[in-house]
Structures are given as C-alpha cells and as structure tokens.
Design a protein around this ligand. Sequence first.
Ligand code: NAD
Length: 360
Amino acid sequence: MSKQILVLPGDGIGPEIMAEAVKVLQLANEKYNLAFELSYDELGGAAIDKYGVPLADETLERARQADAILLGAVGGPKWDTIDPAIRPERGLLKIRSQLGLFGNLRPALLYPQLAAASTLKPEVVAGLDILIVRELTGGIYFGAPRGTETLANGERKAYDTLPYSESEIRRIAKVGFDMAMVRNKKLCSVDKANVLASSQLWRAVVEEVAKDYPQVELSHMYVDNAAMQLVRAPKQFDVIVTDNMFGDILSDEASMLTGSIGMLPSASLDANNKGMYEPCHGSAPDIAGKGIANPLATILSVSMMLRYSFAETAAADAIEQAVSLVLDQGLRTGDIWSEGCTKVGTREMGDAVVAALRNL
Ligand code: NAD
C-alpha cells in the first residue's frame, strides 16, 4: 500500500531546499521501493497569500490524512507586520499542536569533515553527537492567559503563562528515556527548578519515570548552567530532555557547535511515531532566492522521516552516507565553507547527494 507524504515547502529558502530534498526522496523511493506518494500544500506566509490564514483547514485535514509531513520553513519580513494572530509562525504552532506532535528530536551531530566550521576548538567538538528532546506542544508558547494590557497609569504590561501538566511531562520524559536507551544511556533533564513551579513538577515527574529505566543514568541541570556547559564541554551530554522554550534556545545553541544550523534536521513525533520532519533553521530571508542555502538539513530530515516514521533503516542510512560522501568530496555551501573546499550552491549540493546515493 502506498504511503502519503505531504510536502509543505513554506517561505523564504523553504521552496529551494525542499526541491533538493524531494529529489533525494524520489530517488530513495525508486531505489528502495518505498511506495511513497507526494502531495503539496502551503503553510506559513505562502498559505496567508493563498488562503488568508497560515494554516488552512483543508491543509490541516490533508496533514491528518498523510503518513508523514515534510516541511521547509516559514516566515519572513513580508508578513512581519500583519495581525499577530495570523502570523506565519502561528501556522507552525497550530499544525504541531493539532497533530499532537509533542516530541521534538533535534540531533546535534558534528560531521568530522566539518570540525573546522565550528567556532569552538576542534578538540571541544570533535566527535560531538547529542540528541535534544524538546517538548513541543506545551509550556509558555501555548499557555493561557497571555496578552498585553494597558494599566490605569497608561503603561503597557504584557504577560505569558508557563503551564505543564503531569501527563505532558511524563510522555516527553519517556521519549527522552527511550532515546537514551538506544544511544549511550545517559539522560540530562534540563529545567529551572530553583525558580519555576512548572520546573519543580517537571523534575519530580522525570524522577518518577526514571524508575522504569534503571539502566539510564539520569542527571538534572538548570537551564542557565546547561547553556554554559554546552559551550564549555558539550561532549558530556548524550540525550537532553527539556521543555518547549528551553529546548528552542538550547537546540539552536547546540546547532552552532556543529558549524551551521544548515546541517541540522529535526523530527516532531506524535504518540504513534507519525511525524513532521523539518530543518532546525528558519526561512533565512537574508539569503532567500539566491540559490546558496544549504539543503542538507532538509535532506537529512528526509532520512529521519524514513528512520522514525517508516523504519526504512537501509534507505535512511544510505542518505546519511551519501551526505557524508559529498562532504568527503569537499563540496560546501557558503555556511559551511572553509579554505580548500569547493563552494557550491543549493542545487549543486542536492545534485551531488543524488549522484552519491545513486552510486551506493
Ligand atoms: P533563520 O534560521 O532563518 O536564519 C538565521 C541565520 O542562519 C541567517 O543568517 C540565515 O541566512 C542562516 N541560515 C539559516 N538556514 C540556512 C541554510 N539552510 N543555509 C545557509 N544559511 C542558513 O532564523 P531567523 O533569521 O531568526 O528567522 C528568519 C525567519 O524564519 C523568521 O520569520 C522566523 O520567524 C522564521 N523561523 C522559522 C522557523 C521554522 O519554520 N521552523 C524556525 C526559526 C525561524
């Protein structure tokens, strides 16, 4: 039976990087008889232009029916001044929450070929392989009440709310422990339990879940310390599990340890491993339309999709190997370029991965 993949290229560099990822996916589809059928729709700014809202009801329905979703990136200056309730990013938050995609997996893996691209010393980052598990549908990005009001004295005041229920914490903690079990069996739970009530509950529930995973070595760390440790000695981490906002910030920080945000894929999974797969970066309006964006994060998102939603391990491994071979050839987009390498554009990089995959 065929499997339906909904492709949402999005805004800015989204369509450029997605075109390359789809080429790789189509080749994997043929080579490994995956029986994938692709359909396309819009999300974010492109959806505002087409439907008047960042996530149309029919798009959401298509996403519900699909077996997996591949997303580029959303947002851009064109939509920065519109009503905040229909900003492009609202479409992204809505599709994640409506599909129950609560578990965000963000690997930060340093390809040995790119050790020079990191701003940290090679000995600090060489061999780095961290997985950040970020809670994605709760916490301060969704909490109510939120808003801005004008006080009696005319001063404006704004507020957000950071709620977490026990069940929300338990299910993401389990994802963290499950991932640690298939990796190096070390889990660090990051919170701010010295200040926040939601973090105190977080820590207590993580401790409870830990009883089911006696082989996993659990530690707790405050988020400010975790931010520091990530640049001081990042290799101390195996899996990090944390809330929505802390995970947002720490995963961007971890991405820079690897040289470029343009290398990092991500998966957002529901309780049944149905997922949406997207690069960690945004729509990069500063380089959109120039044909220079790095498509590898999106191509590696395809490989995560094959691995986590479809258990097509051979095809997933082959895509990752093809990416590594292309880096061995010295091909680099501008964001990961260093002296002695060959600078290529988005399409050349995609074509090189396709050629490497074809020859495997
Ligand atoms: P960004 O990730 O788009 O860009 C940050 C920097 O990284 C820029 O200099 C950009 O050129 C560079 N960069 C990002 N991806 C790259 C790639 N593949 N190749 C080469 N360089 C790359 O973050 P930003 O500038 O803060 O945000 C731009 C827009 O993207 C905003 O509208 C923001 O809301 C949106 N955004 C969307 C997502 C998403 O769709 N998941 C995530 C973050 C930001």
